[in-house]
Design a protein around this ligand. Sequence first.
Ligand code: SAM
Length: 275
Amino acid sequence: MASLALTPPVFVILAALIEQRAGLHYAPEDRELLADKVSSRALEAGFESLLDYYYFLRYDPAGPAALDALIDALLVHETYFFRDRLPLEVLVEEILVPRVRAGQRLRVWCAACSTGEEPLTLAMMLADRGALEHVRLVASDLSQRVLDRARRGEYNLRSMRALPAGIEGRYLDVVEGRPRVRAELVAAVDWRRVNLVDAAAISEMGRFDAILCRNVLIYFQDDMARRVVDSLAQALAPGAPLLVGTSESLMRFGTALVCEELRGAFFYVRPKESP
Ligand SMILES: C[S@@+](CC[C@H](N)C(=O)[O-])C[C@H]1O[C@@H](n2cnc3c(N)ncnc32)[C@H](O)[C@@H]1O
């Protein structure tokens, strides 16, 4: 399909609309990339100019739904079971399980869970240590499409590329070449749609004993990432950790969270004396 022209001024207003809605940042060098993705949607909707399509997205009553569908097509959902496993293991073994054994009931939030492999990995790790029933797992994403897939618990073999021995046949079965997570694990997770740029929506989530927000801040500019981290920090109980992706250091933001290393994994902890 031919591409519609995305001129620099239209790129600027369209990229700003997308960033305001979902946090995703497009730099000027990404103009062609964005043009390709937006053009196909605009042409399908019967537009011959991307400026007209922008006005439709911005001002038409049907615009917000079309903008959400466009953003959904722009999101990167790459994830797999046991991805960057060490910090998850340290979280479970050093922080969550000891507290469960001390009689506490905990809440843990995976705040950009994509198709669900990350919260389900946590569920498997907790179940292995007899702690799953004492931990309320909440998992959210902006994309309704990936959440629908997560709720079905059906995966593809790519999701299993880092699966350790002993998981298949216990928590997950491969049926006709399709991995399927056991229903009780999928049901142990409370799946929700939450936009991380929506501070009010985050504050409605309540308090958590740990939050994971891995491999999503990389798509945001520093100001937006700082805002999101500030909102997440408010949702942490005092003393609770935030986990970000291994390439997503928060040190340059000057966050109120304190970076702590535990068994080679890095956590950003809300100070105990914070309000
Ligand atoms: C690369 S995946 C990371 C999945 C998982 N956390 C991991 O590390 O494997 C990034 C996810 O962030 C989600 N995302 C992007 N922008 C978001 C936003 N503003 N609010 C909530 N989720 C968002 C995307 O839909 C996508 O599923």
